[in-house]
Design a protein around this ligand. Structure first.
Ligand SMILES: [Zn+2]
Ligand SMILES: [Zn+2]
Length: 272
């Protein structure tokens, strides 16, 4: 019975998504749906993801203080304002032009908005593949960003906050946004996914970045279920010590290349 109800709910919601997509295709151009659609996915994934954490940080809700990775370290009003200005510049003057200029490339690799929409299974498998490619590419580029020249000239901006907060997930030098955009689009370049899958991917990638910068390690976070997902504490540690734990999503790159040893020792000594 539950299975039948779930199947019915999925079919009903997929029907609505299908009709909504058909409406968008009829009422807007391919360029609008690709460029503005992808940009809106970035914005929605980021700011909707930030909203609950922003409220917790501003209100400093006592109940949730126990879940802060770095106890009592909240962003100041000046931090939040500076961060918002940086995000405005990055979203409108770096990310939007990048997506616009990439439009011919999306078309060349076969990104299409045609119906039918891909199946849920296809979307999930492709997004998982994009996460794997992103994680590996991001790991090595992030390690390069910690070499002397790159850190001093580019990556130091992202590390201005040793106690990260959700809005600071993308707070960075414009060049860093361009460089780290490479692994984000590397997976889609290989696959040539449906535009809908690309929307989902960008939204989830943005939310994942917000999640690991939130500064809150809740018991219901994904990493408590999946040991190979890094999560908030894993990346928070990177901001706290400025080194180690370079991977942005999974834990295996840091394990294989031995860049999580000090994190593990610290965690071990704290848990003992
Ligand atoms: Zn770093
Ligand atoms: Zn970070």
């Amino acid at each position: 019975m539950i299975l039948e109800l779930t199947t019915f709910a999925l079919l009903t919601s997929s029907g609505r998504v299908h009709r909504g997509w058909a409406f968008l295709c009829d009422s807007s151009s391919d360029f609008t749906m690709t460029v503005w659609g992808l940009f809106c996915s970035l914005v929605c994934g980021y700011f909707l993801g930030c909203l609950p954490y922003f409220i917790l940080d501003v209100l400093k809700v006592p109940f949730f203080k126990r879940y802060k990775v770095q106890t009592y370290r909240y962003p100041s009003k000046a931090n939040l304002q500076k961060c918002c200005l940086n995000l405005f510049v990055l979203f409108f003057f770096v990310m939007f032009p990048m997506i616009s200029l990439s439009y011919p490339l999306f078309k060349a690799i076969g990104v299409s908005r045609e119906l039918p929409l891909p199946s849920l299974f296809t979307v999930l498998v492709q997004v998982l593949f994009f996460f794997l490619v992103e994680d590996f590419g991001n790991y090595w580029l992030h390690r390069w960003l910690h070499t002397t020249w790159a850190y001093k000239n580019i990556h130091c901006v992202h590390h201005e906050y040793s106690a990260p907060f959700a809005l600071a997930a993308t707070y960075a030098h414009p060049l860093e946004v361009v460089i780290l955009g490479i692994p984000t689009f590397a997976g889609p370049l290989v696959v040539g996914p449906h535009l809908f899958t690309l929307w989902v991917w960008l939204m989830m990638r943005q939310y994942e970045a917000v999640d690991i910068h939130s500064g809150y390690e809740f018991p219901w976070n994904l990493n408590s279920l999946l040991s190979f997902y890094g999560g908030t504490e894993h990346h928070d540690y990177h901001h706290y010590l400025y080194s180690g734990n370079y991977a942005s999503i999974f834990t295996w790159c840091d394990s294989i290349y031995g860049t999580n040893l000090s994190y593990k020792m610290r965690k071990f000594s704290r848990d003992c």
